[in-house]
Design a protein around this ligand. Structure first.
Ligand code: C2E
Ligand code: CA
Ligand code: CA
Ligand code: CA
Length: 280
């Protein structure tokens, strides 16, 4: 590719032209999917690590594309953030998850599933975000205690006053806050004191490396201990092997999620799980 003196690619680079066209096409299709109900929400269960009981779900957005098949969120979430579509997309997932959570609460009142929803930094920066959450709870009838909003460390690192105000408003409603991909940011941890955090989700990259040997596991152990010290719940993400589960249980982690237990799937898969666990 031709480069200008400052290292930026030249504007007339033909390879860049085609990728720009591609990107614009994808953007137009995403816009259409967001407005025409072309997105879906799948749910992945989380379990108590000691009792093995179904404890909650995480809502994960899906884009079934007529020609390209299932487009993964890692591709279209960044695009949605760059184009501002993330607000409408995020509102859709939040409302869908709240209504579904309310349906599950009615289906099995004794199983209080917590409903995790991923929130992008862009959404959180919006002044009316807490109001949007409050509206979704009011419209759906889901109680605030059942909603967990998952956000990454980087969102809290650009800690503006307005982020703090929003999180405090959510906290006052009774909504819980989880730090997603915990341990992957260049974090000073000081935000854990500043922000009303309830849950640490230990990133899959750490779970992957669990070996059962003390040296390898000490990193996860220190995260779990941090959680215990601050009285936070710890959820391990991406458990695929029984050995990882055993190690995490031994280290004192409280909750578990991953393909070992179940992949994300449509809501009725979770409904069936609830009926099964109620019938035991
Ligand atoms: P995340 O929030 O860290 O979600 C966990 C991802 O790991 C999901 O990928 C899930 O399917 C996958 N996963 C769960 N268990 C395992 C396992 O045992 N092994 C492996 N290899 N993977 C596992 P997914 O659904 O493709 O989502 C990717 C990311 O896209 C999410 O990472 C999240 O950052 C983002 N995302 C998904 N849905 C939303 C949404 O509604 N809003 C926003 N803002 N972001 C979303
Ligand atoms: Ca998440
Ligand atoms: Ca995560
Ligand atoms: Ca992740």
């Amino acid at each position: 590719a031709k480069e200008r003196q400052d290292g930026e690619p030249a504007l007339y680079d033909p390879s860049m032209h085609s990728s720009l066209v591609e990107r614009l096409a994808l953007e137009a299709e995403l816009r259409k999917a967001v407005t025409d109900q072309g997105l879906q929400v799948h749910y992945q269960p989380t379990y108590g690590i000691h009792d093995g009981e179904l404890a909650g779900v995480e809502a994960l957005v899906r884009w079934p594309h007529p020609e390209r098949g299932m487009i993964p969120p890692d591709v279209f979430i960044p695009l949605a953030e760059q184009t501002g579509l993330i607000h409408e997309l995020g509102r859709f997932v939040l409302r869908e998850a709240c209504f579904q959570g309310r349906e599950w609460a009615t289906l099995s009142p004794s199983t209080a599933l917590s409903i995790g929803v991923n929130v992008s930094g862009k959404q959180l920066q919006r002044r009316d975000f807490a109001g949007e959450v409050s509206q979704a709870l009011a419209d759906s009838g889901l109680s605030a205690e059942h909603l967990v909003l998952e956000m990454t460390e980087s969102v809290l690192m650009n800690d503006t006053e307005s982020t703090l105000r929003t999180l405090e408003a959510l906290k006052a409603m009774g909504v819980r806050i989880a730090i997603d991909d915990f341990g992957t940011g260049y974090s000073s941890l000081s935000y854990l004191h500043r922000f009303p955090v309830d849950i640490l989700k230990i990133d899959r990259s750490f779970v992957e490396r669990l070996s059962g040997t003390d040296a390898e596991d000490s990193l996860v152990q220190s995260i779990v201990q941090l959680g215990q010290t601050l009285q936070l719940e710890t959820i391990a993400e991406g458990i695929e092997e029984p050995g990882q589960l055993l190690a995490l249980r031994r280290l004192g982690c409280t909750m578990a999620q991953g393909y070992h237990f179940g992949r994300p799937g449509p809501a009725d898969v979770v409904s069936r799980l609830m009926v099964e666990s109620a019938g035991q």
